[in-house]
Design a protein around this ligand. Structure first.
Ligand SMILES: Nc1nc2c(c(=O)[nH]1)N[C@H]1C(S)=C(S)[C@@H](COP(=O)(O)OP(=O)(O)OC[C@H]3O[C@@H](n4cnc5c(=O)[nH]c(N)nc54)[C@H](O)[C@@H]3O)O[C@H]1N2
Ligand SMILES: Nc1nc2c(c(=O)[nH]1)N[C@H]1C(S)=C(S)[C@@H](COP(=O)(O)OP(=O)(O)OC[C@H]3O[C@@H](n4cnc5c(=O)[nH]c(N)nc54)[C@H](O)[C@@H]3O)O[C@H]1N2
Ligand SMILES: [Mo]
Length: 700
């Protein structure tokens, strides 16, 4: 297919196809550049931009269906107000004026007592900097509402990486095509990062070895040359064992270590304590597999690690990332553009956060901060003490907490509080929207303007509105600006148009090399100005400028400053009593046809996924009398769900894999996998621990 350049709309004849540049808004490392074909005001085709280097003309299974999502018969078209008891599903249509007037009045009354009783709840339904935390953040800052710690996905790993490398920085994903060894660590790339997988395949055609480190033999693991199928939550021990082997065999880059790292002597000593045998027993691996991987790491140039967020959804997740992030410096892998590690590329983008979010509007107030991964507890807290006022209003946008937040029965109980005033900005009547007092229809990516950075590649991508808003839907920015006006907020920033906000997003910084939004939207996408091999000469963005094997604040406090090996809360090591009662470790990785809970209501994709499934090893099925294809109860101290069981040797003995994240309303008993997960935080960054979970399974 030839490349279609966007043609000016005014010149286009009536029936001509107009191509509009867009960006995939979804929470995925790939942030694809897209082209939308519009005819007579209707989006009729959508494809990946063939000229964009990582998108390469291809979209994933889900986003290829984005038109079905935008024009879905169940799209919310008008504001809705609850007209029956919470959870009854009874709503009536109201005008925007009435809805906004009433919401502003309710929020104003609460704010007059204590604005912290109002909690915004949002995540990455859209990754757009405009429709994400811009006008919304301004609104809540001006209001003085509670702050939200956005921990549900990545903060444990982000904090871990920050301690070692100094930020969310690392390899350029395009360079993986030239690596000779690629470790895919804690990631099912084919499902959740498919454009990276294309680069890994390119490397393999040029002779690279691909290794997968994952407790589940997923699609990606099956296609790699080597798979280390470790116990969940044991990655730090594996990393230490690899370091130990690098030391014993002297597969080290002494010059790089000397000049560009901090704390090698201590790390070396700790690593030697993790003998291959000890780690093999701890991780549930064969010692030979660890030795083989160490040899590959020590003897292959360039060696690259595609670390991802799957492994940090456990109690020790932050420290696991720390331990793994030490590996490339030991072998001097950073010297080569195709060597090193990539967890996230976010930190290579210079975003003017303060201009977008305007924390100055807090005006010296310091509202409390609530961890989004413990939403159930927050909603059920009676208020008082350190917690502060009871949460009396929840304003949800870009998220579906009733489905995605852990400890779902507590979340649901909280959302069912008759006295909780809940407003949900959405495209659909999600599980969360069903429990709202007001549902406000929001525009999709085809209907609004935005600008995106990426956490998997290094391109800014612009998104032009391709079509007029469907129904009476409005962009998040407009909804919050209109609420601000009704609240009497008069600051100029509430009058910014989406174009203004997009322009403000790009910071004046050498990494943007003078790029402005006007240029970006003309080009569609633009690469940040960052060196191919950013740490070839050290210069890590840490306070020491070095790769930090030890965390200096811990050193100064006299604490153990090295990465720690921390067992999951729910594991034989972490809680032997609990492990006897609920002996199966449950992980709940993404389903290929869904994006977290987005797309579950797109019929073609839901049919592709079938029904909520759990994989159980035949050796675990036999003593439980569970047959392949039967329904099983999956339960623990927090709850119970029903799943279709598939017997599979792709999971470990003692481990089940249940796919996320189904909507409750499409799940048996109206409950999904998060009925079983807990709200306790990871070691760093307050991160969620979705894959730190023990369960038992029985025939239903
Ligand atoms: N199709 C699809 N793509 C997605 C998403 C989606 O829902 N669907 N979600 C998007 C989002 S929000 C994110 S954050 C990314 C996440 O993408 P990734 O960071 O790649 O992580 P996950 O896909 O969550 O999990 C990947 C793998 O981690 C493994 N894993 C679980 N526990 C452990 C462990 O303790 N150690 C190791 N080594 N591996 C473990 C799981 O078995 C799974 O195969 O993907 C994005 N892409
Ligand atoms: N058990 C288990 N639970 C998990 C995970 C797991 O692996 N296992 N993964 C976790 C991870 S990594 C993440 S990131 C979270 C994700 O959790 P969420 O960020 O809540 O992601 P989604 O479920 O995709 O819900 C996003 C919602 O935003 C809406 N939306 C999209 N664009 C817009 C917009 O422009 N305006 C408005 N108003 N709404 C919009 C969509 O319709 C959708 O309903 O889930 C977490 N939950
Ligand atoms: Mo995520």
């Amino acid at each position: 297919m030839s490349r279609a350049a966007p043609t000016p709309s005014q010149a286009a004849p009536e029936r001509a196809l107009r191509m509009v540049r867009a960006a995939c808004p979804h929470d995925c490392p790939d942030t694809c550049a897209m082209l939308v074909g519009v005819r007579d005001g209707v989006a009729v085709q959508l494809r990946g931009d063939p000229a964009h280097p990582t998108t390469s003309g291809a979209l994933c299974a889900k986003v290829s269906r984005y038109l079905e999502r935008t024009y879905h018969p169940q799209r919310l078209l008008r504001p809705l107000r609850r007209s029956g008891p919470k959870g009854s599903g009874l709503f009536e249509e109201v005008s925007w004026d009435d809805a906004l007037h009433d919401i502003a009045q309710r929020l104003r009354a609460l704010a007059a007592v204590d604005p912290q009783a109002i909690l915004p709840y949002s995540y990455c339904g859209t990754m757009g900097l405009v429709q994400g935390e811009s006008m919304a953040a301004r609104f809540f800052h001006r209001l003085g509402a509670s702050l939200l710690q956005r921990t549900i996905c990545a903060t444990a790993g982000a904090e871990g990486l920050q301690q070692v490398l100094g930020g969310l920085v690392g390899m350029d994903v395009e360079q993986f095509a030239h690596s000779k060894l690629i470790l895919i660590w804690g990631s099912n790339s084919i499902t959740s990062n498919v454009h990276f997988w294309a680069l890994a395949l390119k490397a393999r055609r040029a002779g690279a070895t691909l290794v997968c480190i994952d407790p589940w033999r997923n699609d990606t693991a099956r296609r790699c040359d080597l798979h280390l199928q470790l116990r969940p939550g044991t990655d730090a021990a594996l990393a230490y064992a690899l370091m130990g082997e690098l030391v014993r065999n002297d597969w080290l880059d002494h010059d790089y270590i000397e000049r560009h790292t901090l704390g090698f002597a201590a790390l070396r000593e700790r690593a030697l304590q993790w003998t291959v045998q000890r780690a093999a027993a701890y991780c549930g691996l064969q010692p030979e597999a660890i030795q083989e991987l160490a040899r590959l790491l020590g003897c292959t140039r360039p060696a690259a690690i595609r670390l991802n967020y799957g492994l940090q959804r456990v109690r020790g997740g932050g420290n696991a990332v720390r331990a793994i992030a030490c590996l490339p410096a030991l072998i001097g892998a950073w010297r080569d553009p195709a060597g090193g590690l990539l967890l996230s590329s976010s930190g290579h983008f210079a975003v003017a956060r303060d201009a977008l979010e305007r924390p100055d509007l807090l005006g010296g107030r310091h509202p409390r901060s609530i961890n989004m991964s413990a939403l159930g507890d927050a909603l059920l807290h009676p208020g008082g003490g350190d917690f502060g006022p009871r949460v009396q209003s929840l304003v949800v946008y870009n998220s579906n907490p009733a489905a995605v937040a852990p400890d779902g029965s507590r979340v649901l109980q909280g959302l069912l509080r008759e006295d909780l005033f809940t407003v949900v900005l959405e495209h659909f009547r999600t599980d969360t929207a069903e429990l709202a007092d007001y549902i406000l229809p929001a525009t999709t990516q085809l209907e609004h303007l935005d600008v995106l950075k990426s956490y998997g590649h290094r391109y800014w991508v612009a998104n032009e509105p391709a079509i007029a808003p469907v129904g009476e839907s409005r962009p998040n920015t407009r909804i919050f600006a209109e609420l601000a006006a009704r609240m009497g907020f008069t600051e100029d920033c509430f009058g910014d148009r989406d174009e203004d906000i997009a322009a403000q997003a790009l910071a004046d910084d050498p990494r943007n090399a003078g790029l402005d939004f006007a240029t970006l939207r003309r080009q569609g996408w633009a690469k940040v100005a960052v060196a191919d091999a950013p740490f070839a000469q050290g210069a890590f963005p840490t306070p020491s400028g070095r790769c930090q094997f030890v965390w200096p604040p811990d050193l100064q406090a006299g604490l153990d400053a090295l990465p720690q090996v921390i067992p999951p809360y729910e594991s034989a090591q972490g809680d032997p009593q609990l492990a006897r009662e609920y002996p199966l470790a449950m992980i709940s990785p993404p389903a290929r046809n869904f994006l977290n809970s987005s797309f579950v209501n797109v019929e073609s994709l839901r049919l592709g996924e079938g029904e909520p499934l759990v994989l159980l090893h035949p050796e675990d099925a036999a003593p439980r009398g569970v047959a392949d294809g039967s329904m099983v109860r999956c339960y623990n101290q927090r709850g119970e769900i029903l799943l279709r069981c598939r017997l599979s040797e792709d999971t470990r003995v003692g481990q089940v894999v249940a796919f996320g994240v189904w909507w409750r309303k499409y799940s048996p008993l109206g409950r999904n996998v998060n009925e079983l997960t807990h709200q306790r935080p990871a070691d760093l960054g307050g991160g969620a621990c979705f894959y730190d979970c023990l369960v038992e399974v029985a025939a239903a």
